[in-house]
Design a binder for this molecule. Structure first.
Ligand code: UDP
Ligand code: MN
Length: 339
């Protein structure tokens, strides 16, 4: 077979070669540059695809930035490994004053450290304040911001109507958990909230009283033998008058007592509420008398009731000025310019 002769093929002239080659090179370089230029965008595209596909995955996504936590259901925020067990329903009466932001942020930060599930029922007297709403949105705790129409009627009824509004909320919605009245101004350890989850019916413990003047007691709460309540720490004055010697922050109870009386063989069909008709200092005992018959239905926690897990403070500063919403749109008049 005769091979086709190459000799007759026309080879390009030298000038033509350099012209074509440089054009091809130019084109290839242009193409490479174009691709390189686009490469960061291609990379982002890939990353986005990866994120959306992992979101469709069964496993929960990593926790989002802190400020967004409030809008994310708790069961998606944490894996089961850190799930605390029983729901805690923390009831906090509060009102707008200079110390409110300090108290609520402090309490919010404590509650943020408690493993979920936890629901914070914050009940404000009068209209909902912008300061409370803004603060609650950033705590990262699951909350409900409730309000009572009524403002304070009497100084001795501090928080009573608000706690009752929360009790009604728990009752109507059949919330199932452990109810605890945590005033905004007290100090609580994280351990306290974990211990509360052990309560079956009604749990009580000793509270360190740091409030000056009103009550001379330094400690209020149960004396225990194991978890059995065998006596009370109290002061001389209230010794004979009160049935139970517990501070408002020294007990917690099963919420089903409020809306499922049959389960607890509760004889009275009346609603369980705090009373605005009793003398100061009798709020706790008259409330507890509606929940339990006697000490045999109580659980002292922790075993032996020997540790103090929260403190009742009393530092009010009602008339202090504070900037609206804790923002300073204008500088104060007394400022020193930098020279
Ligand atoms: N509180 C309220 N409105 C009031 C007074 C008090 O909501 O007008 C709340 C307060 O924020 C706190 C609880 O009720 O959470 C108990 O009030 P306070 O600390 O003044 O009472 P104390 O501890 O002295 O008994
Ligand atoms: Mn207080």
């Amino acid at each position: 077979m005769a091979r086709p002769a190459l000799s007759h093929r026309r080879w390009p002239q030298p000038q033509q070669v350099s012209w074509r080659r440089s054009l091809t090179r130019f084109f290839l370089c242009f193409l490479a540059g174009l691709l390189l230029g686009f490469s960061p965008f291609l990379h982002v595209d890939e990353a986005q695809t990866a994120v959306s596909s992992s979101a469709a995955d069964e496993s929960p996504p990593p926790p989002p930035p802190f400020a967004k936590l409030a809008t994310i259901p708790l069961w998606k925020r944490h894996g089961d490994a850190v799930h605390g067990g029983k729901l805690l329903i923390i009831v906090t009466p509060t009102y707008n004053r200079a110390f409110q932001a300090l108290y609520l942020s402090k309490l919010g930060q404590t509650l943020r450290l408690v493993p979920p599930p936890l629901l914070w029922l914050v009940v404000e007297a009068g209209p909902a304040s912008a300061e409370t709403a803004a603060l609650l949105r950033t705590t990262g705790v699951m909350f409900r911001h409730l309000v009572t129409g009524k403002n304070l009627t009497n100084n001795k009824d501090r928080g009573v109507h608000q706690r009752n509004a929360a009790l009604e909320h728990i009752e109507i919605h059949h919330l199932d958990g452990i109810v605890y009245f945590a005033d905004d101004d007290n100090v609580y350890t994280v351990e306290l909230f974990q211990r509360m989850r052990e309560i079956r019916r009604f749990g009580t413990w000793s509270v360190g009283m740091l409030s000056q003047g009103k009550s001379k007691a330094i400690l209020e709460g149960p004396v225990c033998n194991g978890s059995q309540v065998i006596g009370w720490h109290t002061n001389e004055k209230s010794k004979r008058l009160r049935r139970f010697h517990v501070d408002m922050s020294g007990f917690a109870f099963n919420s089903t007592i409020l809306w499922d009386p049959d389960r607890w063989h509760r004889p009275f069909p009346e609603k369980i509420r705090q009373l605005d008709s009793v003398k100061e200092g009798f709020q706790e005992t008259t409330f507890i008398e509606q929940l339990v018959e006697d000490e045999s239905q109580m659980e002292g926690i922790p075993d032996g009731c020997s540790s103090i897990m929260n403190w009742h403070l009393h530092l009010e500063a009602e008339d202090l000025f504070y900037p609206r919403g804790w923002r300073t749109p204008k500088n104060l008049e007394v400022t020193i310019p930098v020279t």
